[in-house]
Design a protein around this ligand. Sequence first.
Ligand SMILES: Nc1ncnc2c1ncn2[C@@H]1O[C@H](COP(=O)(O)OP(=O)(O)OP(=O)(O)O)[C@@H](O)[C@H]1O
Ligand SMILES: [Mg+2]
Length: 252
Amino acid sequence: MSEPVFVAFATQKGGAGKSTLTALTASYLYYLEGVDVLVIDCDDRQHSQKDYRENDLAVTGENPYLKRLCQNFYKKFEKKAYEIILSNPAEAAKVAVDRIEEGANPDVVFFDITGTVNDLEIVKLLSVMDYLFVPITPDTADMKSSIRFASHVVNSMITTGKSKIKDIYLVWNRVPSKAKTRLCDIIDGYLDELGLHSLNTVLSNSSRFFKDGATIGRTGIFRSTMLPPDRRLLKGSNLPELVSEIRQIIKV
Ligand SMILES: Nc1ncnc2c1ncn2[C@@H]1O[C@H](COP(=O)(O)OP(=O)(O)OP(=O)(O)O)[C@@H](O)[C@H]1O
Ligand SMILES: [Mg+2]
């Protein structure tokens, strides 16, 4: 049995897309690609993954259309929804290891982490990740913050050998197009000078990223912890490309 890979979407910048990308990537891998995942929700200020799961249970329980969709999906899928464990930054890594010792067998463990590098417990948790993906948006303040975060990780954690981190990539999110804009290219050039790199895949600013169902209506779901994204919403989302690029990096 190979060791699971520890992965986090992390940045100190609030609202850059950490929790959204965690849920989307975990669900895509688990429900569409047969990769086993475990999600540790260690953002004890808001527990977004737990909130997502509660919403998913509510909409698939109350909306007759989504209920049927869910029943049909699980009849074929023959596994339960992936597990989300609530924790906090201090205990998250141990919680994951304990769960694996108890018999869970994930290929990837995702940690949804609060954004800050000023907290010692978060720094300790980041240091036991295998790979970090840092969402960066074209907003000037967001960009600065994500780049500062990634540089800090490289300079004080990776190059000093004080962590398990094998690599760190920035991920362009909420970009006004589906490909890198001129601004992205300019910033990528600057990242290069800092010894940083971004993924080729870009996620656009799109309302599909918060489509998570409703208790009424034939709504398409994109972000769900219980179902794969709706095929129509997947088209043009670049999510398959993102997951494929991430799989090549983390080697699962
Ligand atoms: N590509 C996107 N297009 C449109 N909206 C997006 C996109 N990515 C994320 N969002 C939205 O941005 C908001 C913040 O995203 P999210 O909660 O994932 O960020 P976060 O980094 O986890 O924030 P926090 O630091 O508070 O944990 C959410 O409302 C989410 O739906
Ligand atoms: Mg979050």
